[in-house]
Ligand binder design. Structure first.
Ligand SMILES: [Zn+2]
Length: 145
């Protein structure tokens, strides 16, 4: 088997520092292992196989971060793009007039529910904050007049 020299090799999110003592499987088979430096600053150990196949992406922080941002930013906004637009618009136009809870899109969605196709977000009382009690979806009529 060809010996690969992976030391110093740079991947997208980490760098291979050095080869370390191999991982010994219960069967006695040895598998080559490397010490890597993640972009976030953490060092981690990885077997050669997942490193080369690309399944090792980072010390684990990458996956965690990605999952987190998917859930908070993109997950719901993809499922409810129209509501997300209304929410963004509200945040953009009415800074300082929004209840703290509604700075989170998931809370906003939980309070307001799904809007109709041509609905827009309205306040009952314009002098009051954007909040669950003061807002509703205004349904735009598709017929003229
Ligand atoms: Zn990391």
């Amino acid at each position: 088997m060809k010996r690969l020299n992976l030391k110093g090799r740079q991947f997208n999110t980490f760098l291979i520092l050095q080869e370390i003592e191999p991982h010994v499987e219960p069967s006695g088979r040895k598998r080559r292992r490397y010490l890597c430096l993640c972009k976030c600053g953490n060092k981690f150990k990885s077997l050669q196989t997942p490193l080369l196949s690309g399944s090792t992406k980072s010390c684990g922080c990458f996956r965690k971060k990605k999952l987190q941002s998917l859930a908070t930013k993109h997950g719901l906004s993809k499922v409810y793009p129209k509501e997300y637009r209304a929410w963004c618009l509200m945040r953009h136009r009415h800074k300082g007039e929004i209840s703290d809870a509604w700075l989170r899109f998931d809370v906003f969605m939980a309070d307001m529910g799904v809007g109709q196709i041509k609905a827009s977000l309205r306040r009952s009382n314009r002098k009051k904050m954007f909040s669950k009690d003061n807002c509703y979806w205004l349904q735009h009529s598709s017929t003229k007049g």
